[in-house]
Design a protein around this ligand. Sequence first.
Ligand code: NAD
Length: 352
Amino acid sequence: MNDTLLVTGGAGFIGSAVVRHLIQETEATVVTVDALTYAGHQENLAPVANHPRHHFEQEDITDAPAMHRLFREHEPSGVLHLAAESHVDRSIGGPAAFVQTNVVGTQVLLEAARTYWEDQGRPGGFRFLHVSTDEVYGELGETGAFTEETPYDPSSPYSASKAGADHLARAWHRTYDLPVLITNCSNNYGPHQHPEKLIPVVILNALEGEPIPVYGDGKNVRDWLYVKDHVRALLEVLQEGEVGDTYNVGGNCERENIAVVRQICDLLDETRPPGSTLETKSHETKSHETKSHHDLITFVEDRPGHDWRYAIDASKIEGELGWAPEVSFEEGLRRTVDWYVGHREWVQAVQG
Ligand code: NAD
């Protein structure tokens, strides 16, 4: 791959994994576009920041003149659109920012891409990959899995705003022929995920000896995918996917939230047994007072509109594009725990 790719949200969790992969593993030139909200951090791009094929543009995707300028100046052959407000809890307390970035921002970006693509004479190779979530499909009961045909039924302001963005992306293909592709992926985990999300919260609270909050009875089920496997799926769809199509991406790895929390506690009990010292946020050391990290688990009041279960049928991307997850949950979780244990300064930096 030796194209110029424009990656929105490239300073966030998944976006930065995409950018690091493109610079380190391919010949692509990358234009990272990111407003650097509380969720975006230059630290995530440190290994590639000064690479000659990497360009960083601090811009807001809702800024239409800025988006038009980026297309004109960089002339990308593809877009990976990941910029979004992404945290469900925040969307409950402040939905406006989610509509602004996820819906309005996506429309602005689609329109800037369309103008550029038409000005260029509608080149056949141009592609716009809109990155979305399985949460647009709503919740499942005990059985079944989301397919690409499952009707949209979002529950939270976050998933509703992503659903709106998906509809816009699809409309820009059907109405204007813009070469759009869409992916809907399950829960990602791995290094560089913002400390507000479930797996980092559990790891970091456990390391600090603080209560580990678990919503409701912890029985909600999510499908988990290691972030590098998601990156491989996105690049596969960008290059080989059928224009206008949607691809569901999942890890074939359903877990109750409480099982994920307990697995992290097991890993930490193994590497940091009771009685060992632990480092606090202020870099002091104190002795481990809990018998086991499991003792820190604390059930808290459930989140309103908390979807019961998600599961992904990824047979389309597996069958048509030959993609499959490579990193098992056990291996991915071990790598993730090790990364957070070894990167306390990153945690401090992103927590401000
Ligand atoms: P993230 O919150 O870690 O990163 C989002 C990035 O977008 C940040 O760098 C932020 O600064 C940037 N951003 C936010 N608003 C912006 C704006 N108006 N203009 C420009 N940049 C802006 O999110 P993530 O977990 O990396 O998710 C990336 C994408 O993948 C999102 O679209 C999300 O909906 C989707 N997704 C995430 C998951 C998951 O489990 N994390 C699963 C499926 C799909």
